[in-house]
Design a protein around this ligand. Structure first.
Ligand SMILES: [Zn+2]
Length: 315
């Protein structure tokens, strides 16, 4: 026999969540599990019941912190005596967070196929795809934001697809501009939009550049310059970059009040209070590109972004 629980559950203070423990085999006569919280000042059990082969426990978030829920099942011998009783347990880490109201939208700049480049790093060949790595990063970032209490954090695109289709006679460049402006407009009603990229120099054969660029709104509204600087700092430190970051704005030539980047222009047009475009170093640089292909690194980067965002909204 065995009992299996989810590894990790995050819930807000004052919220309840169902946790299912699966008892195996399904024919086991003793399906009832007992539940225990390692710290009832953080997470409390508010009941459990049987539903098919699941043992459902309801847990309640009391205060911010981390605690462990343990499910235990007991197997008796054929006579129902406790003499040869065996116990089986599994644990689930429960994180209870203070819910934060801010609505946050994260967008990978491209689709999967965007900007593929072949490299050699430490004698080994690998392919970097900006679209794919930034897609992984956006999902991790939303997850990290939720872990910190931003229950209204989400990816702009749930699937790896553009939100518009290329019109007949429309150049790829024009379409991408329209596509990004449309995506920027999706920040209507959101408190923050970040679009994620890796950079490319004018000369794509120049593999030297390895630094962060963060674009923030041209009017530096709502403390966005400071937030941009904090983001750039966190990316630089996490990616172990030596060169200084560039924190900048970019307006349309001849129109200093209008954003140059289409995604930022879209966000600006719908009065989104904070919007950024981040270049997480250069995909033409083998070191940086290799770094970005490692999921563990991306998870660290996502965590760093999330912590900076939390600091901005809570301090
Ligand atoms: Zn890009």
């Amino acid at each position: 026999m065995a009992v299996k629980m989810p590894k990790k559950v995050t819930l807000s203070v004052g919220e309840t969540a169902e946790v299912k423990a699966v008892v195996r085999p399904t024919t086991a006569t003793h399906q009832r599990a007992t539940w225990q919280s390692s710290d009832t000042s953080i997470v409390r059990l508010s009941g459990f019941g049987l539903a098919n082969r699941f043992v459902e426990g309801t847990i309640y978030g009391v205060s911010p912190g981390e605690a462990e829920i343990t499910a235990t099942i007991k197997e008796f011998d054929v006579y129902g005596s406790t003499k040869n009783m065996k116990t089986f347990t599994d644990t689930c880490i429960v994180r209870v967070v203070e819910p934060l109201p801010e609505k946050i939208l994260i967008d990978a700049g491209h689709a999967f196929q965007g900007n593929t480049i072949n490299h050699t790093y430490n004698g080994e060949g690998f392919t970097y795809a900006e679209g794919e790595c930034m897609w992984v990063l956006q999902n991790m970032l939303v997850e990290e934001l939720k872990n910190l209490g931003f229950i209204n954090a989400e990816c702009l695109r749930a699937t790896n697809e553009y939100v518009t289709t290329q019109n007949q006679n429309e150049s790829w460049r024009d379409w991408q501009g329209r596509e990004n402006e449309t995506r920027g407009k999706k920040a209507t009603g959101y408190d923050l939009l970040i679009q994620l990229h890796s950079n490319s120099p004018a000369n794509v054969n120049n593999t030297t550049p390895d630094y962060v660029v963060v674009f923030y709104p041209i009017d530096g509204r709502n403390g966005t310059q400071a937030l941009g600087e904090a983001l750039a700092d966190a990316i630089k430190t996490t990616m172990e970059i030596d060169s200084n970051s560039i924190i900048t704005t970019d307006s349309t030539p001849g129109n200093p009040l209008v954003e140059a980047y289409a995604v930022m222009r879209g966000a600006q047009s719908v009065n989104c209070p904070r919007y950024f475009l981040t270049e997480n170093s250069f995909h033409t640089n083998p070191r940086a590109a290799h770094w970005l292909t490692q999921d563990d690194n991306l998870q660290e980067l996502a965590k760093a972004y999330a912590e900076v965002i939390k600091d901005h909204f809570t301090s």
